[in-house]
Design a protein around this ligand. Structure first.
Ligand SMILES: [Zn+2]
Length: 221
């Protein structure tokens, strides 16, 4: 394992969704038991960073207690447009995350792709959403890409707007302190063992090169 490698593990929903979700989202919902088994595993890993996307109510109902019991922390990437709606985190819950030792970032407003944004969408997703979340949680400097989608324009906008870190879903190791941070999103097909294989066992060199090339392509198209 190369020096400076960081494993970023991202959760979405845990248990039963409290709102209607589509098939694409359903893929990222796991049971509470599986969540705790995975946390027990990754709690033993070096340089591992946990995050939650989408601002589901289960982040605080199930995710947070599991973290606190293990002395772990996480960044919660909240959707500004879903705050205080059924099945999602309340403003009050988000406001309390800091006191619990957690960090809060932006996942935008409406969970739409950040590729090829119009000026209007860019403003709503990258500026207004950050303002809404900052009003409840304090300063927000990091973002996670909705649906993991981005292009060169997305990254340029995020840089111009002063985001200090951007979290992708590119399923490869990240470099400590890098601005663009790939993450492994946990799906319902994952187990502690599949995550060990994906994130802890170093991939063969040819696969690593292929994954890095894929990331490079995304950044340049
Ligand atoms: Zn999302």
């Amino acid at each position: 394992m190369a020096r400076g490698d960081v494993r970023n593990i991202c959760f979405h929903g845990i248990g039963t969704p409290g709102r209607t979700i589509d098939d694409d989202e359903a893929r990222y919902w796991i049971t509470a038991d599986e969540y705790l088994r995975i946390l027990d595993e990754i709690a033993t890993w070096p340089a591992t960073v946990v995050s939650f996307d989408d601002g589901n109510a289960s982040d605080v109902e199930i995710g947070l207690p599991g973290l606190l019991e293990r002395g772990l922390t996480a960044t919660f990437f909240v959707l500004a447009g879903r705050l205080d709606t059924p099945g999602s985190l309340t403003s009050q819950q988000v406001a309390g995350l800091g006191a619990a030792g957690m960090r809060v970032g932006s996942h935008g407003m409406d969970h739409v792709s950040w590729r090829a944004m119009t000026a209007e969408v860019r403003r709503r997703e990258l500026v207004e959403a950050r303002d809404v979340i900052a009003a409840v949680a304090g300063e927000v400097t990091e973002a996670a890409l909705p649906r993991g989608q981005y292009d060169r324009g997305t990254l340029r906008s995020l840089r111009e707007l002063g985001y200090t870190a951007v979290h992708t879903s590119d399923r490869r190791l990240a470099t400590d302190g890098a601005w663009l941070r790939p993450r492994f999103s946990v799906t319902r097909h994952d187990t502690p063992q599949t995550l060990v294989q994906a994130a802890l066992v170093p991939p063969p060199v040819h696969r690593r090169v292929a994954l890095e090339a894929k990331g490079l392509l995304k950044r340049w198209r």
